[in-house]
Each structure stands twice: as structure tokens, then as C-alpha cells.
Design a protein around this ligand. Structure first.
Ligand SMILES: [Zn+2]
Length: 188
């Protein structure tokens, strides 16, 4: 899968980011969490596709961060639309449409309220029990189309929700252990 993802990225890079000379030093690989553009390691981590957005769209999403900024700001939006227009030129109308709708979806994430953001903290922490606060914050940032720095600043209770979700997990796992013990002893 790792090799396959990188081959897909190279195709996309040649077709849609032909002016990105430094792109040759980048690699892409599949990732269990949400997608992420890692500038330090020149790596695009590609999350799982959804019903609406496939791998090509997700690779383009992260590659667009690499050539613009890590924020879902004006530069990222404009570059995504440029890629969508390029897909139309190349006759790939399905991809063009998918990209345009993906951009709209990402834009809509910017209007999330604190309740949505904190619920997301809880969900990610519950789904990925080994994730550090930093990783969870990155996931939340991607979800709401912001940088982790902005999330930390705008949503000061992220750490609190993270700790609470972890407490719940620990409590649940103790409960399960107790049930195991309970079941084991019923035969005696
Ligand atoms: Zn993004």
C-alpha cells in the first residue's frame, strides 16, 4: 500500500503540480488518522477515503498544503480550485467535481462551534486511545480547517476534554476487566 500510495502521488504530482520542482523530494504514504502534510519530513500522510472523497482527492488536498500553506486559507482554496479546473481541462470531470465539492466541504468546517470541536476531541481520543494530546490536536485542526496553533488558542479546553475522554476510556477498560473476572468466577 505504501508503494502504491507513493506511485499515485507521483502521477498526481506530474499531472497537477508540474511546476512544483521540489515535489520530487516528497513522498506519500497511507495513514490511519486524518491526512497530514508533514513539512519536516517532506511527507504527505494520506488518511482513509470517505464515501465522498477518494484517495486522489485526499492526495491533492495534502499536496496543495505542501505548495501553499498548512492553513485552509485563501491560498489553499485557490490552488485547489486551480487543480479542479486543470482536471476539467484534462477531461476528468468527475475529479473536477469531487475537488470542487471537497473545497466547499472544507470551507463549511470553518463555521464549526466550540461544541463541535470539543466533541471531535472526545471522538478522536476515544477512537485512537494511544494518540497523544498533540496528535489529537492535529486531528481536530484538520477537522475544523485550522492549524494546531489556532486550535490551541481558540479552544482552550482541548486538553481538558482530551484528559476526560482518556479517563472514560480507562474507566471503561477497568469495567470490562471486572466483567471478565466476574464471568470467570461464575462457574465456581
Ligand atoms: Zn487540509
Amino acid at each position: 500500500m505504501r508503494v502504491g500510495m507513493n506511485a499515485l502521488f507521483n502521477d498526481i504530482r506530474r499531472q497537477y503540480f508540474s511546476n512544483w520542482k521540489k515535489g520530487i523530494h516528497w513522498v506519500a504514504e497511507s495513514y490511519e488518522g486524518r491526512g497530514y502534510c508533514d513539512r519536516n519530513y517532506k511527507k504527505l500522510l494520506i488518511g482513509k477515503p470517505t464515501e465522498n472523497y477518494g484517495y486522489i482527492c485526499l492526495v491533492i488536498h495534502e499536496a496543495t498544503h505542501a505548495v501553499t500553506t498548512k492553513k485552509h486559507g485563501k491560498r489553499w482554496f485557490n490552488r485547489m480550485i486551480k487543480v479542479s479546473n486543470r482536471a476539467t481541462e484534462l477531461g476528468d470531470h468527475d475529479l473536477a467535481e469531487e475537488l470542487a465539492s471537497h473545497v466547499e466541504w472544507v470551507k463549511s468546517r470553518h463555521d464549526l462551534g466550540p461544541g463541535d470541536v470539543y466533541a471531535r476531541v472526545r471522538d478522536i481520543t476515544t477512537d485512537c486511545p494511544n494518540a497523544t494530546l498533540e496528535k489529537v490536536t492535529e486531528g481536530v485542526a484538520e477537522y475544523c480547517g485550522q492549524t494546531p496553533e489556532i486550535v490551541r488558542r481558540e479552544y482552550p479546553r482541548v486538553a481538558e476534554y482530551y484528559e476526560n475522554a482518556r479517563l472514560c476510556l480507562r474507566f471503561k477498560s477497568h469495567q470490562e476487566q471486572d466483567q471478565e473476572i466476574g464471568r470467570g468466577s461464575t462457574g465456581i
